[in-house]
Design a protein. Structure first.
Length: 629
């Protein structure tokens, strides 16, 4: 059979929204009287895959996916490439666009680093920047955490335990400090490399790492790493276009010679030139700061706090820190107290942020934030960098505010710190230790709270505008299995205050009804799934799901809430009806069939309304199973 339109749906986790996108595309195609075949990418792998002939015969391919679905096979075809959520929400518009012919032809050169190799269709510039930046940040986090912890542990042997000339010297501590330093030293190159890799694939990784090393060695800080990463990616994209008409026989030459050599030459020199003025700027800033040491404590604290948190280890931060150490050698212990407070506050702020806004941060960031309590307590400011790098335009000003508050209060309290490093480890020699801790905590809590609000705003914006989702597809047809959905597993009129309470309730009910053996394991599984992307849908519906070894049989548990809770949902509305799927690990396709069937049904607004209005557990079961009551 020839299909006028082909559709592709998929996402990283492959559990709920692809069926909804697939169903929406099919309904819209039927509405406009055109034939369509939809290929789905989920946990069961690729289903309804296209043949080469079907691709040749199709006029337009609609790719609604948030994962790599190998669009290079559509070379020379008209391709519409959008997030999977648009396939669900804007399916009519996509079909109309396909029929109107207002679609770009997709071209790919597998050896090029053209941006369309990965995306097929140009996306919003801000979305591209965010995706590239987050690729660098996510790879950087383990280096910061691991290296920071090693350094923090070494400091517990003594502030100068890594210095062979000190009485505190400890060989083991020195080794830990060196190992940690190596890991932390890779932070900027890794950030740069994976930003460039996201933009320009493997050639970008190579050039980004090298330019990142240049940025690190010239002490431009993590901001220099961001600049070098994007610069490397742009240079390689330009080179890809310049050499795209070279014969195919020279593809190998491009990847192992032309791109690396020219990329290093162009991007490396630019970063080097940008780094050269830093030394003169640093000296100027140090002289400027030193002139403020006798000024009003509020003005001095604002200056020191802003500089310390601006680039956290970069040239601006170092100008404040080095000035403090110089004055410390002159017997000025008060100045360094403010510098130390301003350096300690940012990582502590990230820890408070993940506590205040726990449900809005993914697991890796929550873990990093908690580790930052340790790093911050030992004066390792760099722990805050992954958080700042995500959204520097909003997070850095917040951290600057928190550091400024900490520094201002430190100066107002008249605290004196005679050590240049060590954080709270040096409390025994601090004059006004309790006031110092109070100043740092106030600044950290204020910044942490503001960070949590910003994260909440960012998540809601992502959910509402980008509509991040996940999905998959399974064979059509509902699953009519009374052992999976029973009236005893449907709970109406529940008073639960938030998403965590709902998931906890469902986990407890799973154990109570013999579905699972460990409620904590089930809850952790739910939360891990939520970290990959919210399962909140539209119209007040959420479909949390979990596959866990503690679950002994597939089941569906339903909870209808008296008061809506924040999930977050795709349309921004509160969630009032929760349909949870629980399945054993390695249970095959049965639970995926159930979920696919339920997800398709939830595209029917009249069915959703019936679920909400029904006061009968039996009726709700029949609606979900497609059984006429």
């Amino acid at each position: 059979m020839k299909y006028k339109i082909l559709g592709v749906t998929g996402c990283p986790t492959g559990i709920a929204h692809t069926f909804m996108a697939e169903e929406a595309l099919k309904k819209s195609a039927e509405k406009y009287g055109v034939s369509i075949k939809v290929e789905t990418h989920g946990q069961q792998g690729v289903q309804n895959s296209f043949t080469r002939q079907e691709i040749e015969d199709a006029e337009v391919i609609i790719v609604a996916a948030d994962k790599n679905v190998n669009i290079e096979r559509f070379n020379g075809k008209k391709v519409i490439n959008v997030p999977v959520a648009r396939g669900m929400k804007k399916s009519d518009e996509l079909i109309e666009q396909a029929l109107n012919g207002d679609v770009s032809v997709y071209r790919t050169d597998k050896s090029s680093v053209d941006e369309e190799t990965s995306y097929g269709l140009k996306q919003s510039i801000w979305r591209q920047i965010y995706v590239h930046l987050m690729n660098g940040v996510s790879h950087m986090i383990p280096f910061v955490v691991a290296g920071g912890v090693m350094i923090a542990v070494s400091l517990m042997f003594g502030i100068y335990s890594a210095d062979p000339s000190s009485d505190q010297y400890n060989a083991f501590a020195a080794q830990l400090n060196t190992i940690g330093g190596v890991a932390m030293g890779l932070m900027v190159p890794i950030l740069s490399a994976y930003i460039a890799q996201s933009m320009a694939n493997r050639p970008g990784l190579i050039i980004g790492f090298i330019t990142g090393m240049i940025a690190f060695q010239n002490e431009t800080g993590f901001l220099g790493g961001i600049v070098s990463g994007f610069l490397s990616g742009l240079v390689l994209i330009a080179l890809g276009r310049v050499f795209q008409k070279l014969p195919k026989q020279l593809d190998g030459l491009k990847s192992i010679f032309l791109f690396p050599v020219l990329g290093i030459f162009i991007a490396g020199l630019i970063i080097w030139w940008l780094s050269v003025p830093m030394e003169a700027i640093n000296q100027t800033m140090m002289d400027f700061i030193a002139g403020f040491q006798g000024s009003n404590p509020i003005i001095l604290g604002l200056l020191i706090g802003s500089m310390s948190a601006f680039d956290m280890g970069g040239p601006v931060n170092k100008a404040a820190y080095v000035t403090g150490t110089v004055l410390l050698a002159q017997g000025n212990y008060a100045f360094m107290a403010g510098v130390s407070a301003a350096c300690i506050a940012p990582p502590l702020a990230t820890g408070f942020a993940v506590l205040f806004g726990r449900k809005y941060y993914p697991q890796n960031e929550r873990s990093a934030g908690l580790v930052n309590f340790l790093l911050g307590s030992t004066h390792i400011t760099e722990g805050a960098i992954p958080f700042a790098a995500k959204r520097p335009l909003t997070i850095i000003p917040i951290l600057m505010l928190g550091s400024s508050i900490a520094a201002i209060l430190t100066y107002l309290f008249g605290v004196e710190v005679p050590a240049p490093h060590g954080g709270f480890i040096v409390l025994p020699v601090v004059t006004g230790a309790l006031q110092w801790i109070l100043a740092i905590l106030i600044g950290s809590v204020v910044a942490g709270y503001l960070m949590s609000l910003d994260q909440r705003r960012s998540v809601r914006k992502m959910e509402n505008s980008d509509l991040k989702t996940d999905s998959e597809n399974v064979p059509e047809g509902h699953v009519n299995n009374d052992s999976l959905i029973t009236p005893s597993r449907i709970f109406l009129d529940q008073n639960l205050e938030d998403k965590e309470a709902v998931l906890t309730f469902i986990s407890d009910m799973a154990v109570e009804q013999g579905i699972a053996a460990d409620s904590r394991a089930v809850l952790d599984g739910f939360n891990q799934r939520e970290e990959q992307g919210s399962t909140g849908m539209e119209n007040g519906i959420a479909i949390p799901h979990v596959s866990n070894e503690s679950i002994n049989k597939p089941a569906v548990i339903v909870a209808r809430l008296n008061n809506g809770v924040e999930w977050p949902a795709m349309d921004g509305n509160a969630t009032t009806f929760v349909i949870s799927i629980l399945v054993p690990e390695n249970s095959g396709s049965e639970h995926l069939n159930i979920l696919a069937d339920i997800s398709r049904k939830l595209m029917d607004e009249s069915l959703v309304e019936r679920l909400k209005q029904s006061n009968s557990e039996e009726e709700i079961k029949n609606i979900l199973l497609g059984v006429e009551s």
